[in-house]
Design a protein around this ligand. Sequence first.
Ligand SMILES: [Zn+2]
Ligand SMILES: [Zn+2]
Length: 246
Amino acid sequence: MQLRIIGYWAPYPRALEACSGYLVSSDSAHLLLDCGHGVCSRLARWLPAEQLDALIITHFHPDHYVDLFAIRHSIGGALRAGSRSEPLPVYMPDQPKHHYQAFAQMKELQVIPLTDQGNYTVGDMQFQALAVTHPMPTFGIKVSYQNRSLFYTADTSYDQQVVAAARGAKLLLCECSLRIADGEFARQLGHMTTAQAGQLARESGAEILVATHFWPEYHPEALQQEIQPEYQGRIIMAASDLTVQI
Ligand SMILES: [Zn+2]
Ligand SMILES: [Zn+2]
């Protein structure tokens, strides 16, 4: 299984880059986790959207879903041209209702609601949705393939719920929105600090931590220095087009 970083900024991207978007590929299937600002364009560097097997929206904050409006038209073009025969399966929370219903009406998409602890199959990969703590319904996603797994936290506070959800995954793709000094602000917003990302990686037993969801005002190197005291495993700071084999 391969993870490719398509976009990793929040809540807006740096120049020519993208917000949350992570392409997970097995030998025969492609699954896109989230689809924030700029992801449609950045994804096209590697994979035409029409070749996606499924897409997951973890929650309806714009930096995680707005480019689904663009992907939808890309799928529509492929359906008209005959290069794709089926709508794109898109998994998403069914709340807030107006977001869910807007996408459910689009004929280019096959919208499927996520449920807590629900198990799903995409080609030869499986994934499980696990509710996490954020100001709106949000799901962390554990993707499994050939006895290996990655857990994507989506956006979440640090708590025992996300520790339990992440446990057992070889790779932890973890939001790392704020610095240690912003701890109280992070708690109010439903995000994690650098130190909490390191703590989660340690407590969940992950072999690899991929830290992501950076605010453009921060320097990833400075964030990494705050993670290191908390976690002795391999730390990878998300970057455009970076790939990790799992
Ligand atoms: Zn969010
Ligand atoms: Zn976000």
